[in-house]
Every structure is written in C-alpha cells, then in structure tokens.
Design a protein around this ligand. Sequence first.
Ligand code: PNS
Length: 169
Amino acid sequence: MPDSITHVLVPGTFDPITYGHVDVVRRARRICPQVTVAVAESLGKNGVGTTFSLDERVSLAREALLCEGLDDVQVLPFTGLLVDLAREVGAGAVVKGLRAMTDFEYELQQADLNYRLDADLESIFVMSSPQYGYLSSSVVRQIASFGGDVSEFVTPNVDAALKERFKER
Ligand code: PNS
C-alpha cells in the first residue's frame, strides 16, 4: 500500500463545468494539497457526442476555476483509462461528488471498475452542497439550448460559451 495521499484527481466529462463541479473541486482541495481536474474525452453517459470539444471543456474548466479562486488546481485532458492518468501524474485517489441516491449506483460501478483496474487507487466521495443537488451539466445544456438563463448554475465564461454555442444552432 502506497504512502498517504497528497494528490487527487477530480475526473469527469465537464460538458460544461458547473458550480456543482466547482463545489466538488473546492471540497477536494480542502482535503488534499494537490488537485488535478481530469477532463475525459468521453462520449458522455448516453454514448452521444459532447456539446463542447475536449479542448473547449478544458479551457472552460481552467477559466472557471481561476474565476472561483482555485488557481492552484491544474486541469488536464485525458483520453485513456483514468487509472493510467492517475499513475502518470502520481495521484492516489479519485474524488467525486454524490448528489443523491441516484448517483450512487453509477458511481459505485465506476469505483468498482477502477478498483479492479488498480486496487491502489482510492475512490473518495464528497456530498454535494444541497443547493447543487439538482444541478448537472445535462440540465444546464438543456436549459441553455432553449434560451433559458443558466447564470446561477455556471461561471460567466461558461454562460457566455453556452449562449454562443446555442446561438450557432
Ligand atoms: O462526468 P462523468 O460522466 O461522471 O465522468 C465519468 C468519467 C469520465 C470519470 C469516467 O467515465 C471515466 O473515468 N472515463 C475514463 C475511462 C475509464 O477509465 N473507464 C473505466 C472506469 S469507469
């Protein structure tokens, strides 16, 4: 078993990053000195393409975290397995947020898979703040796609990017 953990990954699709994600990153940062946000190439949960490209999602996440004062959190894209990225950057755990029981089964499945792939990589779950219990990237995309106001769910740079993206469609 490796030494105590000083570096964790906060992985996800971040299509796009929301205040719910920022909340999880902030919590991860409180429990660990080094946090890397790992943005997956990912086809998304339904196997359909993402609204923002991998590069766009990384840039949006970087700017959002800077804007929220989390300037010591690095943001990296990844295309393979999460366990490989963790080994590459020397991270000892994955931190994810749990909003409701509905998240639990999906997250448990991913944690089990990661355990099978690398039993040394810990999975740590933090409870999302109650005000973000309903918030997800897909809800934000849906509201924005119909021209609704999402400014209370995302940072200003993401709000602007969503407006631009859905104006194009
Ligand atoms: O935003 P999401 O959908 O909760 O993120 C899921 C993600 C990207 C963390 C997960 O799908 C992932 O780790 N993908 C990388 C491929 C991988 O390692 N798969 C095996 C473990 S699930």
